[in-house]
Design a protein around this ligand. Structure first.
Ligand SMILES: C[S@@+](CC[C@H](N)C(=O)[O-])C[C@H]1O[C@@H](n2cnc3c(N)ncnc32)[C@H](O)[C@@H]1O
Length: 205
């Protein structure tokens, strides 16, 4: 399954200017991204019981998690993947971002293991079929923690994504559980091989 070229073209420079930079319309801030990065990093290191070394960020956009993560852990190895040719042309080389989609992760020559996998503000844009294919690829690479931010039809949201495709929280919980992810709260999941590390009252599956 491939992403159509137009799905990447939608996320052009004006998209990122609008939602990330223009003070009148932006919904993101570097402080907010830093808080999420700190959360994901702390949960990963808590369960791994060591500093994280490798991060895969899928649907990473301009790779704006990287400066936040590097400020906490300067030596981490970051790999981003995004479907936006604008983002990859502009930031790909400096931030190690590859052009690709959730549907094509197996074709990108990614490593087999990552301490932290990040999918922030992106999974709910995907058609269900692509979400499932992407989760297959991520589950066996998630040797630590995955930050899988998913919004549901029950959440109230601002943005330009197709809300009619959203599913219920119960649906997404089942889907993630079926892929072996164990919820430990606040969009953080232990990968399948880590799931047993969660005490009864930590895990929510
Ligand atoms: C709202 S931005 C989020 C960017 C970044 N993760 C963040 O937290 O700021 C959504 C991103 O998802 C990417 N995207 C959309 N569909 C995708 C797909 N099928 N595969 C990979 N990336 C996709 C877009 O190019 C865009 O960069």
């Amino acid at each position: 399954m491939k992403n159509s070229p137009s799905s990447g073209e939608r996320y052009d420079r004006s998209y990122f200017d609008r939602w990330y930079r223009d003070p009148q319309t932006r919904v993101k801030s570097s402080a907010g991204i830093r808080r999420k990065a700190a959360l994901a990093l702390s949960v990963a290191e808590y369960y791994l019981e060591r500093p994280i070394r490798t991060i895969l960020d899928v649907g990473c956009g301009e790779g704006n998690w990287l400066p936040a993560l590097r400020s906490f852990r300067p030596k981490i190895r970051y790999t981003g993947v995004d479907a936006s040719s604008y983002a990859v042309e502009r930031f790909g080389k400096n931030r190690n971002i590859r052009l690709g989609s959730f549907a094509t992760l197996e074709e990108l020559g990614l490593d087999e293991e990552y301490d932290l996998i990040v999918c922030s503000d992106t999974l709910f844009y995907l058609p269900l079929e692509e979400l499932k294919v992407g989760l297959d690829s991520l589950a066996h690479r998630a040797t630590g923690v995955a930050f899988l931010e998913l919004y549901t039809e029950e959440d109230s949201l601002i943005g330009d994504f197709p809300k009619e495709g959203l599913q219920s929280a119960a649906y997404y919980r089942r889907l993630l559980k079926n892929h072996g992810f164990c919820s430990v709260g606040s969009h953080c999941y232990l990968g399948p091989d880590m799931a047993e590390r969660a005490m009864q009252m930590e895990g929510q599956n």
